[in-house]
Design a binder for this molecule. Structure first.
Ligand code: PMP
Length: 396
């Protein structure tokens, strides 16, 4: 008999974390490594949110179990914030508070998928999606996109991927890792396709506030109201409020689905940490001023990184439209002599770049689309410029 279950043994180690682990080990050994791997804002959490958490720590009512589905005040705040920010009208009974957006993603697949149910998952995809789908018993059906198509799936591709077993379409815009933002027309067309085909949509809105230039976030069930009964929205405070470590996210959906997911959570985790939930209330009820400040910094860095990457011979970088990632095509660097080493894949390229230039990026293999690399611009301007300059020098 195997020591670990087949289900868990099948999980792939995260390639994102592998690069990160090597970069951290080199840093610990005293090397001056610049990391473009992390998908988290470099800013501290805004002070008024931290203050709310400090006050919450001192209040004994937060020392006890609270409802598994989330504090009623937080669910209310999430419903109000959703109406304010995306225009989607829901109430507290449509909300489940989870341990971060990642937990909401897993819960969403777990509550919808029976064994063998297919989930359409456009690539490049965030590393967690296929693993979460498989763990939940679903089968990921990957659709490839590329820079030419703006990393956006078409209705024709969806038609071709659909089978009798298709249960869910996974949709995320702004996207990790490509930085793509679907225009409202495309969001609407995809939502209408889902309604017409009886397919659920899990829409990940975690980067809703991080869009640049003329690109704007739009919420699928707002543009296609008929979708609401077959749609789960995933979101959280991590990216918008620089709160990755606080672990508060949520899922919004029809009441019957939220009830089933809440039952699941009541056995798996009980309530999310009350102190973090109180901090999330302060975040959601507060102003968006800090968010605007952070978005401006990200927009500036996006511009710098985009331009510097494109200036490297062999690299083609589409304009990042949202989130905080550039996702350049790096195939032009494969097969080249790099200080006596040659990379034939972007995994090998990432390794050589880390060793030779002390720069960490995540190879496209981690996101189901080899030949590309993900560079986060959620780090300070000086490091960002120095890191891409090192890359440019290596390939000069
Ligand atoms: N969705 C996407 C697309 C993400 O990039 C992330 C974080 N990398 C999450 C969800 C989850 O965020 P968290 O669990 O930190 O709330």
């Amino acid at each position: 008999m195997k020591r670990t279950s087949q289900r868990l043994s099948a999980i792939q180690p995260s390639a994102t974390l592998a690069v990160d682990a090597k970069a951290k080990a080199m840093k610990a050994a005293g090397e001056n490594v610049i990391g473009f791997g992390a998908g988290e804002p470099d800013f501290p959490t805004p002070q008024h949110i931290v203050d709310a958490a400090i006050a919450a720590c001192a209040d004994p009512k937060n020392h006890k179990y609270t409802p598994a589905g989330g504090l009623p005040e937080l669910k209310q705040a999430i419903a109000a914030k959703t109406l304010r920010d995306s225009g989607f009208d829901c109430d507290a009974s449509n909300v489940l508070v989870t341990c971060g957006g990642k937990h909401a993603v897993y819960t969403a697949f777990a509550v919808l998928c029976d064994p063998g149910d297919e989930v359409i998952c456009p690539a490049p995809y965030w590393t967690t999606y296929p693993e979460a789908i498989t763990l939940a018993g679903g089968v990921p059906v990957v659709i490839d996109t590329d820079a030419e198509s703006g990393f956006q799936v078409t209705i024709e591709q969806l038609d071709a991927a659909k089978t009798d077993r298709t249960k869910v379409l996974l949709f995320v815009s702004p996207d990790n890792p490509s930085g793509a933002v679907y225009p409202p027309k495309a969001v609407k067309a995809i939502g209408e396709w889902a309604v017409a085909n009886g397919v659920w949509v899990i829409t990940d809105e975690i980067y809703e506030h991080l869009t640049y230039g003329s690109h704007e976030f739009s919420s699928m069930p707002v543009l296609v109201p008929d979708l609401a009964e077959q749609c789960l929205i995933v979101n959280g405070v991590a990216k918008t409020y620089a709160m990755t470590g606080w672990r508060v996210g949520w899922m919004i959906g029809p009441v019957d689905v939220i009830k089933a997911a809440t039952n699941f959570q009541s056995h798996a985790t009980s309530n999310v940490t009350n102190v973090a939930q109180r901090a999330a209330i302060a975040a959601l009820e507060g102003s968006l001023d800090d968010v605007v400040m952070m978005r401006e910094a990200f927009a500036r860095r996006a511009g710098i990184m985009h331009e510097m990457l494109n200036a490297i011979d062999g690299v083609t970088c589409p304009e990042p439209q949202g989130a905080f990632y550039c996702y350049p095509d790096m195939q032009g660097l494969l097969g080249r002599d790099i200080n006596g080493k040659v990379a034939t894949t972007t995994v090998e390229l990432a390794d050589i770049v880390l060793e030779e230039a002390k720069v960490a990026f995540v190879p496209g293999e981690a996101f189901g689309l080899p030949g590309y690399g993900r560079f986060s611009f959620a780090l300070g301007d000086d490091d960002l410029i120095e890191g891409i300059r090192r890359l440019a020098d290596l390939f000069a």
